[in-house]
Design a protein around this ligand. Structure first.
Ligand SMILES: [Zn+2]
Length: 215
């Protein structure tokens, strides 16, 4: 990831402000708005391993997903907002529209990594650190679905009286895909192995539309 302002690669910490992801130098140059010096604007880039998150999403893709069925601020506007574990991480007017939570670790599992889509940003939140570890403004960012494939939810294998068996359940198929967030031709963040990726993409587009921003 690079600074949206100067284009330099980002260091361990970056700042999100006015639809920009800024390096430390640009953040200070812009006047380091003291008022905006809250955890919601700080991204601890050096504290997160994207490969580990990709692994977790492939092994337990549907661990814990919360989605609003209607984008916020549309007619009626009665979609209940999804809370994040730490409300201080949200910007003013920011509403969560989709969130997926993974347990960290294979043996000692505890929920810790959240992939979050809001009407303003795409974020990864680490509950243990209590911080945002990846974030990108959605304005001027496009959303692409790649590697989409259909999978059958009812297939299972196990041991029965006759030995190993493969059983099919109801046979409902679900589409999975990777959701890529692209800015100026660069993939800035990927959510891997997401169920119904086109539905999630539509949610983002509807939310951005209702907040007056183009996708
Ligand atoms: Zn910069």
């Amino acid at each position: 990831m690079n600074c949206t302002s100067c284009g330099q690669p980002l260091g361990a910490v970056a700042h999100i402000y006015n639809d920009k992801l800024l390096c430390e130098a640009c953040w200070i140059k812009i006047g380091a708005p003291q008022a905006a010096n809250s955890p919601a604007h700080t991204v601890l880039i050096g504290q997160h391993d994207d490969a580990a998150r990709a692994e977790a999403s492939k092994s337990v893709p549907n661990e814990n997903i919360t989605t609003v069925s209607a984008p916020p601020d549309t007619a009626g506007g009665n979609a209940a907002p999804i809370p994040v574990s730490n409300p201080a991480l949200l910007l003013q007017g920011e509403q969560v529209i989709w969130r997926r939570t993974f347990s960290k670790g294979i043996i000692h599992r505890h929920p810790s990594i959240n992939e979050v889509l809001t009407n303003m940003r795409v974020c990864v939140v680490d509950d243990v650190l209590g911080s945002i570890v990846r974030a990108y403004p959605l304005a001027n960012t496009s959303v692409a679905v790649t590697n989409s494939r259909r999978m059958y939810g009812g297939v299972r294998t196990g041991y029965g009286r006759g030995g190993l068996y493969t059983g099919t359940g109801t046979g409902t198929s679900v589409t999975y895909g990777d959701i890529e967030f692209v800015n100026q031709g660069n993939v800035v963040l990927v959510f891997h192995h997401v169920a119904d990726p086109y539905g999630v993409k539509n949610l983002v587009m509807a939310a951005l539309k209702s907040s007056g921003k183009k996708l």
